[in-house]
Write a protein that binds this ligand. Structure first.
Ligand SMILES: NC(=O)c1ccc[n+]([C@@H]2O[C@H](COP(=O)([O-])OP(=O)(O)OC[C@H]3O[C@@H](n4cnc5c(N)ncnc54)[C@H](OP(=O)(O)O)[C@@H]3O)[C@@H](O)[C@H]2O)c1
Length: 288
């Protein structure tokens, strides 16, 4: 393994215009590290660009659904800083609605960003850490999943599917890469955090069969606000935790954080354990 470079780390973050990506960018800059902050509309970060010189903050246009823009952004990061230490796959969005009511085209678009975009950034990150950084230095890849990448949630079917896909791809990727490359990957699985994501949500027209029952979870959600769901009142608090994971010498592959996330994950583990235990005997003798 190469010597640890003591100079400030270089971060590459997607979706930095608002919310968690923006909060993390600000935090990393406060820590004296450098950021390649990418966004569909980089001008959203002009205020930060006025405070920090391009030698500390490089603002780049990147829509993660455009693979050629991903390659270009990594190349520009290399030209500016020579290496990248941490890549954060943060860009993402979500709609809500019953699976039967959701517009499939929007659903595909959601997967295009949350899964395919993250996949393409992940591939470029792994390649960069291995082939562009000094051999053996490696890097950290943070995948902004959600506890909804571990457990289903009414009205969030397409979003949940996108995060499950991200989880499955990432677990497989982590099992494939050569430990000698020194690349550490963490799936961030937080609970609900206040950000722009909820205000951008588009609900499809109500499905008559569901809305007819006001007690169904999706009907309750349609009539309510997200205030009861949002447990983390600021993206900054979550950014502080995610930042902390990058200092762990051996970071976990999964990081479930937030009381709602922990509760839901425990429930999922318990229900799976119960099913496995209850039906274990069905597998006896199958190999004979
Ligand atoms: N808030 C939560 O409760 C929560 C919980 C768990 C996980 N997450 C995840 O955290 C990540 C950040 O979300 P947030 O809560 O901070 O929401 P947010 O404030 O809406 O931020 C989402 C960011 O993603 C960007 N984005 C969307 N589509 C993009 C694309 N095709 N290419 C590049 N950037 C794109 C948005 O840019 P524009 O301004 O251009 O739209 C925005 O900067 C998402 O992956 C989300 O799924 C959020």
């Amino acid at each position: 393994m190469a010597d640890i470079d003591a100079s400030p780390r270089i971060w590459f973050i997607t979706g930095t215009s608002t919310g968690i990506g923006r909060a993390l960018t600000e935090l990393v800059l406060e820590k004296g590290e450098r950021v390649v902050a990418t966004a569909r509309t980089p001008s959203a970060l002009d205020d930060l660009g006025k405070i920090h010189p391009p030698t500390r903050l490089l603002l780049l246009r990147l829509d993660v659904t455009q693979p050629e823009q991903i390659v270009e952004a990594f190349a520009r990061a290399k030209a500016a800083f020579g290496r990248i230490d941490v890549v954060v796959n943060n860009a993402g969005w979500g709609d809500l609605g019953e699976i039967e009511a959701m517009d499939e085209e929007r659903g595909r678009g959601l997967l295009e960003t949350n899964f395919w975009g993250a996949l393409h950034v992940s591939k470029e990150a792994i390649r960069f850490f291995r082939d562009e950084n000094v051999p053996g230095v490696g890097g950290r890849l943070l995948q902004m999943s959600s506890y909804l990448g571990l457990a289903g949630f009414p009205a969030a079917g397409y979003y949940v599917a996108s995060k499950f896909a991200l989880e499955g791809m990432t677990e497989s990727l982590a099992a494939e890469i050569d430990p000698a490359w020194n690349i550490k990957i963490t799936l961030l699985e937080p609970g609900w955090i206040r950000s722009a994501i909820t205000s951008n949500i588009v609900w499809p027209p109500a499905h008559p069969a569901y809305i007819a029952n006001a007690g169904l979870p999706t009907s309750v959600m349609r009539n309510g606000t997200f205030d009861n769901l949002v447990t983390w009142k600021s993206a900054r608090r979550s950014a502080e935790l995610f930042y902390k994971t990058t200092s762990l010498p051996e970071p976990p592959l999964h990081l479930v954080v937030g009381k709602d996330a922990i509760e839901a994950t425990r429930k999922k583990i318990a229900s799976l354990t119960e099913v496995v235990d209850t039906y274990e005997s069905w597998s006896e003798g199958l190999e004979e």
